[in-house]
Ligand binder design. Sequence first.
Ligand code: ADP
Ligand code: MG
Length: 327
Amino acid sequence: MGRRKDRSEFALIEQLRVSARARGDVRVGIGDDAAIVRAARHRDLVLAIDTLVADVHFPARTDAAAVGWKALAVNLSDLAAMGAEPAWATLALTLPRGDARWVRDFARGFGALARRHDVALVGGDTTRGPLTVTVQAHGFVPRGRALLRSGARVGDRVFVSGTPGDAAAGLAIVQRRLRAAARDARALVARLERPAPRVALGLALRGVASAAIDVSDGLAQDLGHVLAASGVGARLDVDAVPASAALRRAVPERRARHALQLAGGDDYELCFTVPARRAARVAAIAAKLRLKLTAIGTIVVGRGLRLHDAAGHEVASPTGGWDHFRS
Ligand code: ADP
Ligand code: MG
């Protein structure tokens, strides 16, 4: 920004520097006019950017460390869905006032996740205005090996990682639309505020999955993007979608729970398709990563998503009016 900066603004940027992690491929990080990284030959660069706006994407009073974690997590999740290995990040912070404590806490949350995935914060921008956080994450894949939305083929199996629906229940709890026992509430809210991007899974799925997407807007909608991009349809067993014990206790009614699992966002799990002949490899990946990977459906000829229950009966889509928790 061109406006003359005061000392406090430079002090804020200094706090972000401590969350940066040195990598051998960072030539110039925070402190010059732009960052320089060493992009390798034989690899494709993969870029993702996401903006979180206070009171749109998170309540303004959310713990700053959780905002820092999540701002990076949603981007690493996009890289994971491409099968990319994360490397660098840039950060544009818009703050209502120079709140050093907020920035310190934000940097702590951001840094904790960055360290876990060996991501270096190499630069950014700091401005004044309504609280808004934009992170761009950069990673790479061996040339031509990225996972795309467009690769699903008829006969492929559809899988999902983890236990979808937890984050949507966490949001309902935060917004006081749902109550749960204290321990379950903590676990569900943690899934909302500190999602674990499935980076290792994305890497393991290279050469195995035919298509992948991360679940940010709800399983049904996000799988729908894969189907549209691939020109296929899918049949999905709503009873096969795994629910956590906390979610089952918090939302015992089956249809209400399915609504959260299919239409609720913010899970940042991966939904991916695998050709039937390679489907057995998914179990080995699950065991190695200690991550639940569940077959929930099949790619079929046609368009769009058809839902059925364990008995094989067709069920209405969650957009059909049984989403009890939609605000
Ligand atoms: P300029 O006016 O040249 O854009 P800035 O004062 O905005 O310079 O930035 C100075 C240095 O601090 C740059 O290296 C920039 O990348 C870094 N920086 C500024 N804001 C942030 C931020 N929010 N996160 C990380 N790095 C930042
Ligand atoms: Mg700048």
